[in-house]
Design a protein. Structure first.
Length: 166
């Protein structure tokens, strides 16, 4: 039962990660390319909001990319010690996972508080597109929750010996 639940969560998260990252990058790429082409082809036409779109996409992809990094076991961690002392590999992997759980918990807590605070400010909108900023801040607790669950799944896989630890 737990295995099926973890597998369903993993597939759902993978779908959300892959498609949201794909769509965000395509939007940023098309917007930036259109702006460059228009700027070079004409001297008067410029998409004034393209820089803002690219900045927001970088923000989004950074945080959602963290969740994808947990899935592929690509988060930054110290791997010299396990190579020097192989007996410490499981312990250091556990410490790494616990650090990610603490980080993601902080992201949920602070991200929720920040999102709520920005939501209360009716003037907190993006400079050119006038999109409410709380929408972008909502990525933080969402990412934190996804990262927390994904890390728990990876920890269970490691515990059962099915992880692809390197």
């Amino acid at each position: 039962m737990v295995k099926k639940t973890f597998k369903a969560i993993d597939r759902s998260f993978a779908f959300v990660e892959e498609w949201s990252l794909f769509i965000a990058v395509v939007v940023a790429l098309v917007t930036a390319m259109a702006n460059v082409v228009l700027r070079k082809a004409t001297s008067s036409i410029n998409i004034y909001w393209s820089d803002e779109v690219v900045r927001k996409v970088i923000f989004f992809t950074t945080y959602i990319g963290c969740v994808a990094a947990v899935r592929s076991r690509s988060l930054i961690r110290i791997d010299a010690l396990p190579q020097l002392f192989p007996v410490l590999k499981r312990l250091l992997t556990l410490v790494s996972h616990l650090a990610v759980l603490v980080f993601s918990g902080i992201m949920v807590y602070l991200g929720t508080r920040m999102t709520h605070m920005i939501y209360q400010d009716e003037y907190a909108t993006t400079a050119t597109l006038q999109i409410p900023e709380w929408i972008f801040y909502a990525v933080l607790p969402t990412m934190g929750a996804m990262m927390f669950l994904r890390t728990l799944i990876v920890m269970v896989e490691d515990w059962r010996g099915k992880g692809s630890d390197e």
